[in-house]
Every structure is written in structure tokens, then in C-alpha cells.
Design a protein. Structure first.
Length: 401
């Protein structure tokens, strides 16, 4: 089983690197394309909103595919849907058709859903001692593709000129090629399928201990809430950053570099957060992540966008790695893929809501005001996780028979 887990993690890492190229390009230029094609900056948040909504809509269907056909099929199908989204986005920009661009962003969200389900795939046959570590390695691997993606703007301009497409769509075309290779890697190399192996090992445990789901329900809801709120905070601030920088005269190359350091923060230190989760526990790392998010928002409100975005990425990473590993530790058997899919659905719907709210807040309160509003849910998570941790340290009451 150790050899299978190593192969699984290696395949997931390769897929994340390739798929991250397309995701990174979308993150860096999506809001700019939305504002340009629509002709209205108020629609700049549509890229993050629709792609995040698309990830949420894809979560449950991909989970059902996993239950029936395994991880290799669901991850490959999700990646191909993302390829279709990239193609639609390029066509919409060339034809200046905003509704078609919105549809493209929605399909692109399937790529993000694949990334989220890949982290859970890393835990299917992982040992209890290294569950967080293996999950975080897969999360970390997205750094390479996602950091490179925003920096494809320069090469993308050359590609766009070759094929006679709008300048901003060139990096999307590079992403198409990378994602096609990722789909092939998932489908052909993710065998034996980790989901079926993991389910076979936990089905009997689920039958003999039916009270586990009921006892852990509250902590499952807490883990999902942490994932959802942390994602909403990150998406709301990150999605408005390109527009904010463009209004201050920043060139596209600078915008791409700024998004790159943010994405590096999201993924670069995830193995450390995974190691800490295995050593000191999930609640401590989640609280650390929320503190980092709070610091990020404070720094951004003072005008330090670059540093703030790095801290924002780090806070998201710590919270997401720890909460995802916590959720996986609470699930077994046939419930695993189903609840993980619901978690991704809630997480992405929260991110879509954050992106939708961010545009109007930016227009009325500015970038600094957006940061202040985003601090409210962070405080809520800190309170909830602290209460849960305190309850966990209290001795269970004696039961009289």
C-alpha cells in the first residue's frame, strides 16, 4: 500500500502542475478580461465569481463519478471540462461576447474542482500519521503551474500574435495544451485507483462503528465552515487586486508578478502546514491560518498590497490544508467522496459569493474597505475553532447506568 500511495501522490503532483498553468492564467487575467469585454469595471469580479461557482457546480457530479468510476475518471473529466471553458473564454474575447465569456469562466471552474478533489485523493490510502503531509504535498505541487501561469502573459502575447487572437488570450491557449496533457496523465496513470482501494479498507469499519458519523457530525460541519469562509475571504480580496492595480497604472507584467507571489503563498509552504497539522493538531494550524488572514487584511488596508497578498495566501494555505485533513480524518467508506464533494460545493459557493460581493464593495468602499469587511468572517472562525478546541480538552461527563 505504501508503494501505491507514493505512485498516487506522484501522479497527482504531475496533474496539479500541468493543470495549474491554466488556473494561474485565469486568476491573473480573468478580472481584466471581464472588465474589458463587458466595458464595465463593476463586472470585474465575474471571473472569480463564475469560475468559483463553476467549481462548486462541478463538485457533486465529480464526486458521483468518483463513487462509480474512481478518481482517475473524475479528475480527467473535470480537466477536460476546464479545457472547454478555456476555449470558450478565448472565443468570447475574440468575438467580444460577454455572456459567452461568463459561460467559459463557469466551465473553467471545473479545473479548480479537480485541484480540490486531488487533495482528497491524496488521503484515500494515506497512513494516519502522514495524512496531512501527503495532502499538503499535492497542494504544494500546484505552486509550480499556478505561479508560472500568471507569468505566461509575455509568452502568451507572442502566441496570440501568431494565431491572430486578442493579446490577453495567448496565455489561455498555452493553458489548453497543459490541461490536455494533465487529463491524459490522470486517466492513464492513476491506477490502481486510490478511491476504490481506500473504500475497501474502511467499509467494514464503517459497518462495525455506525455511531462515528453521528459523533463527528459537528466537527465535520466545522471543518467545512473553515474551508468555506477562508476561501471566500481569499477570493474576495484576490479577485479585486488586478482591477485595483490597473486603476493605479500598473502594467500587466506587474499584475502577473503580484498574483504570482500571492499564489506562491497559497501553495509554497503547504508541506510545512501539513507537517504541523500532523504534529500539533488541526485546530492549532487552523487558528494560525486565521491569524495570518487577519494580518494580511490589516497590511492591505495600510496600502501594502504585495506583502498583504503573500500573507493572504499563507493564511488560506494553513487553513485549507488543516481543515481538509481534519475533514478526511472524520470520513470513511462510502461517505468519503460524497461528503468531500459537498464540502467542495459549499467552499466554492462561498467563494463565488465572496467574489460577487467584492465588486460592489470595491466600487463603494475601495480596496482598503474591502479588506475591512473581509475581516468579519475571520473573527467568526477564530471564535468557533477556539470553542471547539476548548470543548475537546474538557473531560467527558460520567454516565450513570
Amino acid at each position: 500500500m505504501v508503494a501505491v500511495q507514493r505512485r498516487t501522490v506522484a501522479v497527482l503532483v504531475a496533474g496539479q502542475i500541468l493543470g495549474g498553468l491554466g488556473i494561474g492564467a485565469t486568476l491573473s487575467l480573468g478580472s481584466v478580461l471581464a472588465a474589458d469585454v463587458s466595458g464595465n469595471d463593476a463586472f470585474a469580479g465575474a471571473a472569480a465569481t463564475l469560475s468559483t461557482l463553476g467549481a462548486g457546480l462541478a463538485a457533486l457530479p465529480l464526486a458521483r463519478l468518483t463513487e462509480r468510476f474512481g478518481r482517475h475518471t473524475s479528475l480527467a473529466v473535470g480537466t477536460m471540462i476546464s479545457v472547454l471553458g478555456t476555449i470558450l473564454s478565448v472565443l468570447a474575447t475574440a468575438l467580444v461576447v460577454f455572456p459567452l465569456l461568463l459561460l467559459g469562466f463557469t466551465f473553467l471552474g471545473a479545473g479548480a474542482a479537480v485541484g480540490l478533489q486531488s487533495r482528497f485523493a491524496a488521503t484515500d490510502v494515506a497512513s494516519t500519521r502522514h495524512r496531512s503531509r501527503d495532502l499538503s504535498i499535492v497542494v504544494w505541487s500546484a505552486t509550480i503551474g499556478s505561479v508560472a501561469g500568471p507569468n505566461l502573459v509575455g509568452p502568451g502575447e507572442v502566441v496570440a500574435a501568431w494565431v491572430g487572437m486578442p493579446t490577453l488570450t495567448g496565455s489561455f491557449l498555452i493553458g489548453v495544451a497543459a490541461q490536455l496533457v494533465a487529463a491524459i496523465v490522470y486517466f492513464a496513470a492513476l491506477r490502481p485507483d486510490p478511491y476504490f482501494l481506500g473504500r475497501a479498507g474502511t467499509d467494514q469499519l464503517e459497518i462495525t462503528q455506525p455511531e462515528v458519523a453521528s459523533r463527528n457530525r459537528g466537527r465535520v460541519l466545522l471543518a467545512i465552515s473553515v474551508l468555506a469562509i477562508s476561501h471566500a475571504v481569499m477570493v474576495s480580496v484576490m479577485s479585486m487586486t488586478p482591477v485595483h492595480l490597473m486603476h493605479h497604472g500598473a502594467p500587466l507584467a506587474e499584475i502577473g508578478a503580484t498574483l504570482s507571489v500571492h499564489i506562491a503563498g497559497m501553495y509554497g509552504l503547504s508541506p510545512i502546514f501539513g507537517w504541523l497539522s500532523d504534529r500539533v493538531g488541526y485546530p492549532a494550524v487552523i487558528l494560525g491560518g486565521q491569524i495570518l488572514l487577519g494580518l494580511a487584511l490589516a497590511v492591505i488596508s495600510q496600502g501594502s498590497v504585495g506583502i498583504g497578498l503573500v500573507l493572504l495566501g499563507l493564511g488560506w494555505s494553513a487553513s485549507t490544508v488543516a481543515a481538509s485533513a481534519m475533514l478526511s480524518s472524520l470520513l470513511s467508506g462510502t461517505a468519503r467522496a460524497r461528503v468531500q464533494g459537498r464540502s467542495d460545493l459549499v467552499m466554492n459557493l462561498a467563494g463565488a459569493l465572496g467574489g460577487a460581493i467584492a465588486g460592489p464593495v470595491l466600487a463603494t468602499a475601495g480596496y482598503e474597505g474591502l479588506s475591512a469587511v473581509a475581516a468579519i468572517p475571520v473573527v467568526m472562525v477564530v471564535v468557533a475553532v477556539t470553542i471547539d478546541a476548548l470543548r475537546a480538552t474538557q473531560p467527558s461527563p460520567l454516565r450513570l447506568r
